[in-house]
Design a protein around this ligand. Structure first.
Ligand code: F6P
Length: 550
């Protein structure tokens, strides 16, 4: 159904009128005026806890935001997605990553196909294979068990598995070392190959399409290395497996399709960690924990499907984000995991959010009439505090922050976890309260400074505060909690896409560069003369050719 322009809707206009005042609210005052603010603006779901009370909003704002969600059809479109309708309009595809984490036996028929049965058949294959590699039954060509696994993939075929393997480090198999090669830059593959032995290395070639230029080049390089270092064509099958939707291309590459783990076109790349693309995760942590990871995500799916919007965590996270983007002009969102094992989570969210909603055209083909996806970036606390938090506290832009932390550590080193959580909570407090000029003066009163020196320092030491943040807590970073956390952000992204009326499931914006790179590559290798470009691009190509004597 064609959606009206966002700004023309009644609920948007009600929000815009409300925002005129609400934008100027001071959170310090909102907290002082309402002792119930914390219980009112927090929610639990699937083992996660979200505190969105440190935002410039109140219960009325939330009510208006949820009116907008209803008017834009969030519930209807959610049900369409979960039911397997072809909501990815430009690619005529269903969007069913949620089906990948459904328990066995939950019927879901799409285009006459029993999706649940297909998913569980692949999961059974993953279990059998990962058990054999982990328990040492799967042997390399000289009869030794596998020690190193190299996942070769890029984008969604890299970011999710890499992030999850790092996040679940505490659950990993002690013999298996996981490596991830994604970049077409040979330094990436070179660094991985320097650490592994062909006799005991398993390569997973992970590519939905099996045509992605970077992955195909890296896969070819890995195969050549294997064949030049003792491996033979006959024993390639013990060392190369594939994850893909493209059986023919896998066979053409030389991988035994018995060792291919399929998935389906209704799984978007950035939503694919739950599919066989998560093979490296299952190898690292074992099928039992991989199942827990899927179950955690499924619990969040059920919450998203069933909870009223007022208590629906992904919907609330999305609508608060929309509020900050639209009415506080927040053009970026900083992700601050206070958990070192979530080191790659901001990078993962970059693709999830920005490849999904970094769009300017509605599903009906019109220009969107509001800003859409903010720039997503971030780094683990406390490291981030000693790098760029200065700007977040005192810079000219307001950047909302998502703090993510586990209440209990998965290590037993004394003293660290309290220090970590203290920093996490202190930062959200500091962003909210700031520090007034009078408070700075009071602080400086005891120092050996003249009145003039104090006044000169006051503006520098003042913090504006009133800067929005969410805090997401879990008990421990378990496989289930990680699953729920990722699903929370997936659904948040979906809801925002519905509000903006963009197709969150295509990514045409990556195509142009791919085509131009192909052209320039043939010019760099000397097959074609580089004269078709602008003078800058021609000049750069000539410099590279000169340096490489082509
Ligand atoms: O170029 C973008 C993209 O299509 C992503 O959406 C995807 O995750 C990535 O490339 C990798 O694609 P594939 O798994 O087909 O190699």
């Amino acid at each position: 159904m064609r959606q009206p322009a966002l700004t023309s809707t009644a609920s948007f206009q009600a929000l815009a009128s409300h925002a005129v005042n609400a934008k100027t609210w001071q959170m310090r005052q909102l907290f002082a005026a309402n002792p119930q603010r914390f219980p009112e603006l927090t929610v639990d779901a699937a083992g996660l806890f979200l505190d969105y009370s440190k935002n410039r909003l109140d219960a009325t704002t939330v009510g208006l935001l949820l009116d907008l969600a209803r008017e834009r059809g969030v519930e209807r479109q959610r049900d369409a997605m979960l039911g397997g309708e072809k909501i990815n309009l430009t690619e005529h595809r269903a969007v069913l990553h949620t089906a990948l984490r459904m328990p066995r036996g939950k019927a879901l028929i799409v285009d006459g196909q029993d999706v649940n049965a297909d998913v569980h058949a692949v999961l059974d294959h993953i279990k059998d294979f990962t058990d054999r590699v982990r328990n040492g039954q799967w042997l390399g060509y000289t009869g030794k068990p596998i020690k190193d696994v190299v996942n070769v993939g890029i984008g969604g075929s890299d970011l999710g598995p890499k992030m999850a393997v790092l996040a679940l480090r505490s659950y990993a198999h002690p013999r298996l070392k996981m490596h991830f090669v994604s970049n077409v830059d040979g330094h990436d593959m070179d660094a991985a190959l320097a650490q592994v032995n062909p006799e005991t290395t398993l390569f997973i070639i992970a590519s939905k399409t099996f045509t992605t230029a970077e992955t195909m080049l890296n896969a070819g390089t890995a195969r050549t290395w294997f064949l030049q270092n003792g491996g033979t064509q006959d024993n390639l099958a013990r060392h190369f497996v594939a994850v893909s939707t493209n059986t023919k291309a896998v066979a053409d590459f030389g991988i035994d399709t018995a060792n291919m783990f399929p998935f389906w076109d209704w799984v978007g790349g950035r939503y694919s960690v739950w599919s066989a693309i998560g093979l490296s995760v299952a190898l690292a942590v074992g099928f039992g924990y991989f199942s827990d990871f899927l179950a955690g995500a499924h619990a969040m799916d059920e919450h998203f499907r069933e909870a009223p919007l007022e208590q629906n965590m992904p919907v609330l996270l999305a609508m608060v984000g929309f509020w900050n983007r639209q009415f506080l002009d927040a053009s970026s969102l900083s992700i601050a995991p206070y958990h070192q094992d979530l080191n790659r989570f901001p990078a993962y969210l970059q693709q999830l959010d920005m490849e999904s909603n970094g769009k300017r055209i509605t599903r009906g083909g019109a220009a969107v009439d509001t800003p859409t996806c903010p720039v997503v970036w971030g780094e683990c606390g406390t490291n981030a505090q000693h790098a760029y938090f200065q700007l977040l506290h005192q810079g000219t832009d307001v950047t909302p922050i998502d703090f993510i932390a586990a209440l209990r550590a998965t290590h037993d080193l004394a003293g660290h976890h309290d220090a970590l959580l203290a920093n996490c909570f202190a930062q959200s407090e500091a962003f909210m309260t700031g520090k007034t000029a009078d408070e700075v003066r009071a602080d400086l009163a005891g120092a050996q400074l003249s009145a003039e020196e104090i006044e000169a320092l006051v503006p520098h030491k003042t913090f504006p505060g009133n800067r929005p943040s969410n805090t997401i807590l879990m008990d421990q970073l378990t496989p289930a909690a990680l699953g729920a956390l990722i699903a929370l952000y997936e659904h948040k992204t979906f809801v925002q896409g519905v509000i903006w009326d963009v197709n969150s499931f295509d990514q045409w914006g990556v195509e142009l560069g791919k085509v131009l790179a192909k052209n320039i590559q043939s010019e760099l290798t000397g097959e074609v003369k580089p004269e078709r470009h602008d003078s800058s691009t021609n000049g750069l190509i000539m410099m590279a050719k000169a340096a490489q004597h082509i």
